[in-house]
Design a protein around this ligand. Structure first.
Ligand SMILES: NC(=O)c1ccc[n+]([C@@H]2O[C@H](COP(=O)([O-])OP(=O)(O)OC[C@H]3O[C@@H](n4cnc5c(N)ncnc54)[C@H](O)[C@@H]3O)[C@@H](O)[C@H]2O)c1
Length: 319
């Protein structure tokens, strides 16, 4: 009898990974999670952790026993495991760099050996300091200098993109690169500096919302289930193989406006405080003024565009 294949989700106990796992299980798939629980948790998988079609392996990718066999028996690999969050990145560039390239390389090697299609979760951070109004997948990239550790995350992700595409060209591996923009929603923790959960937690307690810099820097937020929908559609599209896709919301909002909207939506009594960047992070911290994706390529190929309104996202996350 032919064995049913599974789908591997590295980082499956994390914020986005757990939503992806939930969706794949809902689609009737067998899922294997590989996660070292460094920032993820079993709590994120709690409601479906006992499903027989889910196997959870608590391990770093590089230390995972039988990785090659697991990848050989997989129909697809979603690689989401990474060290995420500005605070963690500023604190230890070494950890970010070492845990990124090394882990991704091991996984890509196993995927190439077994011809298992692969999706790599990259980030809008790779666009660096670009001043363009909208970022497109084939833009030149302008990353800050290595003296500033905050750029190590962008650099690590970009190197992983190069590596994955080199495997695609030279080892004939089916690879998709998904550049995720600010993703938000239920289960995201504010512990590592993510802005929306930080604001919501403060607003619920009527404590001040701390906005870094002048608050005029703007972002586009995307609901995690819209990201997951995009990832699954990309997985199922043969034409996506070998390509890079932006995934993100397109409703631009300044961080100060976001703070006001959170206070208003939740009926909170919180005040808003502006905190200089060098107090929030370290001297010379570089932030991007705008970060808006062009998502035409995604929309054209998979006929889907994330568009859950921000107010609704805030409500769902707060609940
Ligand atoms: N959340 C966002 O806004 C956003 C934006 C752009 C890109 N991304 C990317 O999406 C992916 C998921 O991010 P997230 O927000 O869910 O973060 P997360 O921290 O919740 O998830 C990452 C998961 O990877 C696990 N992990 C880390 N290193 C590992 C290793 N070496 N081996 C096994 N597991 C490991 C962690 O325990 C965690 O569960 C990441 O690759 C991140 O770079 C996220």
């Amino acid at each position: 009898m032919k064995k049913t294949k599974h789908i591997i989700v590295t980082g499956g106990a994390g914020f986005i990974g757990s939503h992806l796992v939930e969706r794949l299980l809902g689609d009737g798939k067998n899922v294997v999670v590989i996660d070292d629980f460094s920032t993820g948790s079993l709590e994120n998988l709690r409601t479906f952790a006992k499903k027989p079609r889910l196997k959870i392996i608590r391990s770093k990718i590089s230390e995972c026993k039988n990785l090659s066999k697991l990848v050989a028996d997989a129909e697809f690999v979603f690689h989401l495991a990474a060290t995420v969050g500005v605070e963690l990145v500023v604190k230890s560039a070494l950890h970010v760099l070492e845990s990124s390239f090394h882990e991704t390389q091991i996984l890509l090697k196993a995927a190439a050996k077994n011809s298992t299609p692969f999706l790599f979760a990259s980030t809008s951070e790779v666009y660096g300091k670009s001043a363009k109004a909208e970022f497109s997948e084939d833009d030149d990239l302008l990353i800050g200098p290595p003296g500033q550790s905050r750029w190590s995350y962008a650099n690590a992700k970009l190197t992983d993109e190069f590596l994955a595409l080199a495997y695609a060209r030279e080892k004939n591996l089916s690879v998709i690169i998904a550049r995720l923009f600010n993703t938000v929603g239920p289960r995201q923790t504010g512990r590592y500096g993510m802005v929306l959960p930080r604001f919501i937690a403060a607003a619920k307690k009527n404590e001040p919302l701390r906005v870094f810099g002048d608050g005029k820097q703007s972002r586009c937020f995307c609901l995690v289930t819209d990201v997951v929908e995009s990832l699954v559609r990309l997985q199922n599209s043969k034409k996506a193989r070998g390509e890079i896709f932006n995934i993100g919301g397109t409703e631009e909002v300044s961080i100060l406006e976001l703070a006001k909207l959170v206070v208003k939506t939740l009926g909170s009594k919180s005040k808003i405080e502006l905190i200089p960047y060098d107090q929030a992070y370290s001297l010379g911290f570089d932030d991007m003024r705008r970060r808006k994706p062009r998502v035409k390529k995604l929309e054209r190929l998979v006929k889907f565009k994330p568009q859950t309104p921000l107010r609704e996202i805030i409500r769902m996350t707060a609940d």
